[in-house]
Design a binder for this molecule. Structure first.
Ligand SMILES: [Zn+2]
Length: 331
């Protein structure tokens, strides 16, 4: 990496300018998040490979709306010389832009006012950590929020264009249904975290967008044998990268034709669900992970009002559950 001499940045804005105006970061790739293009740049090829393991299916050419640079602990020293303030006392930058210190990651994030250019430097996270969904989700959450994109908890199962949205708390059998559906040639936008535009589109259709390229599943799920799983250190659930196993399995968005609250039970059955129950199921599971916002509340409410809602009990054979979901697709 070429080291250019720079005047140490005294404000977050200067840090953003120093890092973004010089080719000191490795160009990762342009990733399309719900239609907005984010150029993700990293400190080195290793960090780039980690980040791209999560988003490789969303790589798109095009002029970026957002530029995000992430720098991990292995490379942080290369950028230290650019920082001229106490990492732990960052505040609002009177000259525009903002910066904040996150003790849990020993990281600073600096950004311009519009969150168009964002830099994160961590003394704790390593290149490999940028390949973890929980970490990148938190890195991106605030940036995407600013650009009108919200995170929502759930999965979709569908065909090439339309799909059924499944949402409920963890352990309700979503990942099992998704894995089973993939093995039958159906498609998904993802099994856990999806993206949605904060403003409903003008057309009558609502879309949910893909976020991560892998699915997380309990190794004892009846659908686990259908997947090549890799274990996660310190976690019960395991990961499966979708694309290598199901090359056409991941789509970048689904037009939503039905909303389903799945749960595990003795016998497979489907019945209509009230708006109140559906709103509760979607919000409670999303809020635990993204925090509650008024925006998310109204967005989910509008999605529910436009979409037929059901609760689906899935018996011991997840294939039966997939049959029911498939029947909703062609209705
Ligand atoms: Zn690095």
């Amino acid at each position: 990496m070429a080291q250019t001499s720079v005047n140490p940045a005294k404000t977050p804005r200067e840090l953003v300018e120093n890092i973004s105006h010089q080719s000191i970061a490795h160009p990762g790739a342009n990733i399309s998040f719900a239609g907005k293009v984010a150029s993700i740049r990293t400190c080195c090829p290793r960090a780039a490979a980690s980040v791209l393991s999560l988003f490789h299916h969303l790589e798109r050419p095009g002029h970026p709306d957002i530029t995000l640079t992430v720098v991990g602990r292995e490379c942080a020293h290369l950028f230290h010389s650019q920082i001229d303030w106490d990492w732990e006392k960052l505040g609002q930058d009177p000259a525009g832009g903002s910066g904040w210190y996150l003790p849990a990651w020993k990281s600073i994030t600096a950004s311009d006012v519009s969150r168009t250019t964002v830099v994160l430097i961590s003394k704790l996270l390593g290149a490999r950590d940028f390949g973890r969904r929980e970490i990148m989700r938190l890195v991106l959450q605030d940036v995407l929020d600013h650009h009108g994109i919200l995170g929502i908890h759930g999965a979709t199962i569908g065909g090439a264009t339309s799909g059924v949205f499944l949402s409920n708390r963890g352990g309700s059998g979503k990942s099992t249904l998704v894995a089973q559906a993939l093995s039958r040639g159906l498609r998904t936008t993802g099994d856990d975290f999806l993206l949605i535009e904060s403003k409903p589109p003008r057309s009558s259709s609502d879309f949910l967008y893909s976020y991560f390229s892998n699915l997380k599943i309990h190794p004892e799920s009846p659908a686990a044998p259908l997947l090549n799983l890799s274990s996660i250190k310190g976690e019960e659930k395991a990961l499966a990268d979708i694309a290598p196993q199901f090359p056409r399995g991941l789509v970048d968005r689904h037009q939503i034709v039905a909303l389903v609250i799945p749960s595990v039970g003795r016998e497979t059955s489907l019945e209509p669900a009230s708006h109140e129950r559906t709103l509760k199921a979607v919000l409670l599971s999303s809020v635990r992970l993204t925090g509650m916002s008024q925006q998310l509340f109204f967005r989910v409410k509008s999605l529910i009002e436009k979409t037929p809602c059901y609760s689906l009990v899935v018996g011991p054979d997840p294939g039966e559950g997939v049959n029911v979901v498939e029947s909703l697709l062609v209705r």
